[in-house]
Design a protein around this ligand. Structure first.
Ligand code: GAL
Length: 384
């Protein structure tokens, strides 16, 4: 496993501010429990406080077909166990009914909190009603859960900004911006096709809207042209983020646009980029004349592709920090504490605005992957 678990990353180094807050939170909860109990505490080695010691936390992840979710699950599990929790970690094979029954089992199995990365963000209303009936708090992990008032907190990245970064790297790769981010004055026109993420994943429209905020002015001025004419999210979206579906769509697009040579492809996720690059290669592009293709998640295979000069960029989202944030939220909520949030406006799930903690992401190219991915300890040195 190339991604290091949280045990291998000193927490102070990894996330100094939040680690401090976590410790402060634990200390405060500890003091409260001691004051209430009116007795001397005997708290040993970082375990969860009071009756949370040994409490079960259900962690529901969407799929194991992508490395990132495996790392997310492992990180969250290990960090919760470090705090003395028991963890029921389940993967749902990107199948909605599997995720629902896994969540029902967690609830009936006595879970005291749920951490959920939803497959379909709109499909969990009833199961969250069941959780609420048992007073089980719910943390939405990376993907917002829509249509339920029973989502207590949300931790994710600034998803609009991720889209901005994807499109910024695309236009930089095309030569419209220089490395300092300044306009070069290039006029193209550049031929670019657009891909979106899964329409049932709330993140997908955030990524799309962020990307479009960068691309639209170039499209309006004719500097960027979408040869297929497919410029709407609904036309570009790839259900379940499936690489094979992206490959098929890219095949179809190549047929639609005939001999038109592509300069760029906006791809919102590394898995899709792999499918897209396969279709482009099969369609006659060689490694040296592939269009600028973006991505997301800094998955190992895609970073290798970037180093080989195929994929152009990806977006690094440090899942160690995301996992640590989710664990802090669980621990705070179960100890009667307020989790730290930094956004109370953006994530309206149709029933409420879910208090959120947003993390920052980073554009990765061949120019900075060593610094961002290896020096940070996210990948081991020998990985690439
Ligand atoms: C999104 C997530 C991305 C990517 C994608 C496909 O929800 O934010 O980072 O992992 O799912 O798994």
């Amino acid at each position: 496993m190339p991604l290091r678990g949280p045990r291998e990353v000193p927490r102070e180094k990894e996330h100094p501010v939040k680690t401090k807050k976590l410790l402060t939170g634990i200390a405060a909860a500890s003091a409260l429990v001691l004051a209430l109990a009116g007795c001397s505490g005997d708290r040993t080695g970082g375990g969860a406080e009071g009756d949370t010691e040994g409490a079960i936390v259900g962690v529901s992840m969407p799929t194991q077909t992508s490395e990132r979710w495996i790392a997310d699950g492992d990180n969250v599990k290990a960090s919760l166990e470090d705090l003395g929790y028991k963890v029921d970690l389940q993967y749902a094979n990107d199948d909605i009914s599997t995720q629902l029954s896994q969540l029902e089992n967690m609830i009936s199995g006595g879970a005291k909190a749920l951490v959920i990365a939803a497959i379909d963000g709109t499909a969990l209303t009833e199961v969250l009603d069941q959780a609420a009936a048992q007073e089980i708090p719910v943390i939405a992990y990376d993907r917002l859960i829509n249509g339920s008032e029973h989502v207590d907190y949300y931790t994710t990245f600034d998803n609009f900004e991720v889209g901005v970064q994807q499109a910024t790297s695309l236009v930089t790769g095309l030569g419209l911006l220089d490395e300092s981010g300044a306009e070069t004055g290039a006029t193209g026109p550049f031929n670019v096709e657009l891909f979106g993420g899964s329409p049932d994943d709330n993140n997908a429209t955030f990524f799309w809207n962020g990307a479009m905020s960068v691309l639209e002015p170039y499209m309006e001025s004719g500097v960027i042209v979408v040869p297929s004419g497919q410029t709407q999210f609904e036309q570009a979206a790839i259900l379940r983020w499936d690489p094979a579906t992206a490959q098929d769509r890219m095949d179809d697009l190549l047929t639609v646009i005939g001999g038109t040579k592509l300069d760029g492809v906006l791809s919102p996720y590394d898995g899709l980029s792999i499918g897209i690059i396969s279709a482009l290669t099969a369609g006659g592009y060689s490694a040296s004349d592939l269009p600028i293709v973006t991505g997301q998640d800094a998955e190992e295979g895609s970073v290798k592709s970037i180093i080989a000069g195929e994929q152009y960029s990806t977006i690094f989202k440090d899942t160690r920090l995301l996992g640590a944030q989710a664990v802090e939220m669980v621990d705070a909520v179960l100890n009667g504490d307020e989790p730290e949030v930094n956004d109370t406006e953006t994530y309206d799930n149709g029933e409420k605005i879910v208090p959120s903690f947003l993390l920052e992401s980073t554009i990765v190219t061949v120019g900075n992957y060593e610094k961002v991915l290896i020096e940070s300890g996210y990948y081991d040195k020998g990985t690439f």
